[in-house]
Design a binder for this molecule. Structure first.
Ligand SMILES: Cc1ncc(COP(=O)(O)O)c(C=O)c1O
Length: 382
């Protein structure tokens, strides 16, 4: 693209012609929000806000330097220890965001001749991390198809016996809401001495008896899932991310992960707030129970009304509409009816699978969910 105003305008016109221009809308006060990832409604919890304010007054807002210089404080240290206990892993490392955790971890583990193998529907941050790692071999396997993934691992390692492989997947797929076949993927990874890297951004805090996420739900330990990534900006209601694993692995990541080393540490008040969120997740299981009741209400209500849902039992409940134009129009109509539901379009999702991505939260009431279902029926002309 040339550096001219016309070239920029033409690029924007092309986005508009495909109904793909994204808008940022500030909070819509008249709307019930059905597109946030604040699954447990913790982002507005007064105890979390108070912990943040208290820490900010005590230690300041910014960390002032990267973790390995002088930015690593007692709140970060305590949070990492508490997350390790919670995830039943030896050690954790806190990153400034999920995107950065994925970039750092994959870049640190991949070597030039290794295979990076990803589920076709992985989150963009995992795909970007795989591409930026600049290995010679980057491949995707069909969504959820662990048999193809296993076959690709075998083929690669036969051809390059001195190399290794990274098998990478979302745990709960961010735009579809289904859960990856983690046990089967773990079997393939173990058989090939490949790293299984699981990004549980949307399961952590929500799934499993204690909110420990997909690994807790499916009973997978650190041998089966050696690299577990969780984010803190979703169910935890704060910000940041972490990777959990064996102590030596975490030490290696701390030495090598560039997005950990070369950036200012997470603000200490965010770490302090996240510690409170972690405590609340454990002390208030009723948030999870209510969320799962709401998911049932939504699914049963949708089936009764003939609304087409996907195979998801999680808080992410997409409704596929196909064209981007349809999705944008439906989202606008819902907004007029008092419900905020995001239209998700390519390239976030595959071509012709634009959708409304409904997300449920413990902050919703059953009445609000029924209201949304009725509005969906009117909006979609069911
Ligand atoms: C699966 C997945 N991984 C990583 C991220 C990125 O996390 P963060 O928002 O903390 O950068 C997201 C969402 O944003 C996600 O859905």
């Amino acid at each position: 693209m040339r550096c001219t105003p016309e070239a920029v305008q033409t690029a924007l016109q092309k986005i508009d012609a495909r109904h793909l221009r994204r808008q940022r809308e500030p909070a819509l006060d008249h709307c019930v929000n059905f597109c946030s990832n604040d699954y447990l409604n913790l982002s507005t919890h007064p105890q979390i806000g108070a912990a943040m304010a208290e820490c900010a007054l005590l230690t300041g807002v910014g960390a002032g330097a990267s973790h390995l210089v002088s930015g690593h404080g007692i709140e970060h240290e305590a949070l990492e220890c508490e997350l390790a206990i919670f995830t039943k892993r030896e050690r954790t490392l806190v990153f400034s965001s999920g995107y950065m955790a994925n970039l750092g971890v994959i870049g640190a583990l991949a070597q030039r001749n290794d295979l990076i193998l990803e589920d076709r529907l992985n989150h963009a941050s995992l795909i970007d991390a795989g591409l930026l790692a600049r290995t010679r071999n980057f491949e995707r396997y069909p969504h959820g198809d662990h048999a193809v993934a296993g076959a690709k691992l075998s083929t690669h390692l036969l051809a390059h016996p001195a190399s290794s492989a990274l098998l990478i997947t979302d745990a709960v797929f961010s735009m579809d809401g289904d859960i990856a076949p983690l046990a089967a993927l773990a079997t393939h990874a173990l058989a090939h001495q490949a790293w299984l890297i699981v990004d549980d951004a949307h399961g952590f805090g929500v799934l499993g008896k204690n909110g420990g996420g997909c690994c807790e739900l499916l009973g997978l330990n650190s041998r089966e899932v050696p690299v577990l990534i969780g984010t803190l900006g979703k169910a935890f209601g704060t910000f940041g991310a972490f990777v959990a694993g064996d102590a030596d692995l975490i030490e290696l990541l701390m030495q090598r992960a560039r997005s950990y080393i070369y950036t200012t540490a997470l603000p200490p008040p965010v770490a302090a707030a996240t510690r409170v969120a972690l405590r609340l997740i454990q002390e208030e299981p009723q948030r999870r129970f209510h969320l799962h009741d709401l998911i049932d209400t939504f699914k049963i209500g949708a089936a009764r009304r003939g609304l087409p849902l996907m195979e998801s039992n999680t808080a992410i409940q997409p409704i596929i509409l196909g064209s981007s134009q349809k999705a944008v129009q439906a989202s606008a109509r819902l907004r007029d009816a008092g419900y905020r539901v995001a239209a998700i379009r390519p390239p976030t999702v595959p071509q012709d699978s634009a959708r409304l991505r409904v997300t449920l939260s413990a902050g919703h009431t059953h009445k609000q969910v029924e209201g949304l279902l009725n509005a969906l029926v009117v909006t979609l002309g069911m």
